[in-house]
Write a protein that binds this ligand. Structure first.
Ligand code: HEM
Ligand code: HEM
Length: 173
């Protein structure tokens, strides 16, 4: 079994981390608290929706590369609960971004937002759609999960010193 993830998967891991953290910060600070008729929101909408689309493509590529390449053996900490928690959080770190993208597209389309943002259509007053609530709740869950994931990575790196970070970096496999 290889000692690291495939380099393409490493690139996709870090590119997606960058996109997702950017979308979460910008969504929470530049979109949710700002009224839709604020002219400054138009650029934020454009960037958010375009980056959301790029994120979808990266996520699809990541799933394909993940299924097509060999991965390092599952890491054991010696704690049965932690050893079960790790793969569960990893699966959720694939699923929640997908929920964000699908819900975003659903409520944006339902309120004709692409027309307003990329064309000349009228801007909706607000987003009264159940998928808007899903987008908000999933974003909170994703932020919590990423915080847990980063805390776990730092714990491995600085307390257990088991070198797990090198598995998600480049080098001989
Ligand atoms: C949006 C942010 C992030 C997401 C969505 C994410 C997602 C994931 C997923 C799904 C895996 C499992 C890969 C697989 O087996 O398919 C993984 C592994 C990993 N992530 Fe992240 N990650 C993020 C940010 C970070 C950050 C900031 C760090 C470091 C501080 C990090 C460090 C790692 C490491 C070291 C692994 C390899 C774990 C192992 O060897 O089993 N990740 N990440
Ligand atoms: C992984 C991808 C995405 C992430 C992480 C993300 C993240 C966020 C976050 C954190 C918010 C603020 C939620 C709140 O505080 O209630 C937000 C709002 C929003 N998102 Fe996304 N988003 C993603 C994809 C998309 C996509 C693909 C679209 C549409 C095509 C979209 C459309 C919107 C819109 C229109 C808002 C603003 C809603 C408002 O002003 O009330 N998002 N997003």
């Amino acid at each position: 079994m290889p000692s690291r993830y495939h380099p393409a998967l490493v690139v996709l891991h870090w590119a997606l981390a960058f996109c997702l953290i950017g979308l979460l910060i910008a969504g929470t600070t530049l979109l949710a608290p700002v009224a839709n008729d604020d002219p400054a929101k138009l650029l934020s909408f454009r960037m958010h929706m375009a980056l959301g689309g790029i994120t979808l493509l990266l996520l699809i590529a990541r799933v394909i590369v993940r299924l097509a390449t060999r991965t390092p053996p599952r890491h054991h900490t010696g704690n049965a609960l932690l050893d079960r928690l790790a793969p569960l959080t990893h699966v959720l770190l694939y699923i929640l971004p997908l929920v964000m993208i699908v819900s975003g597209i659903v409520f944006a389309r339902a309120s004709n937002l692409p027309d307003a943002v990329f064309g000349a259509g009228p801007m909706p007053d607000s987003f009264a759609h159940p998928a808007r609530a899903v987008h908000g709740i999933a974003s909170t869950l994703l932020i919590a999960l990423i915080a847990l994931h980063i805390a776990a990575a730092l714990w491995h790196q600085f307390f257990r010193r088991d070198g797990i970070m090198t598995r998600m970096w480049f080098g001989a496999r």
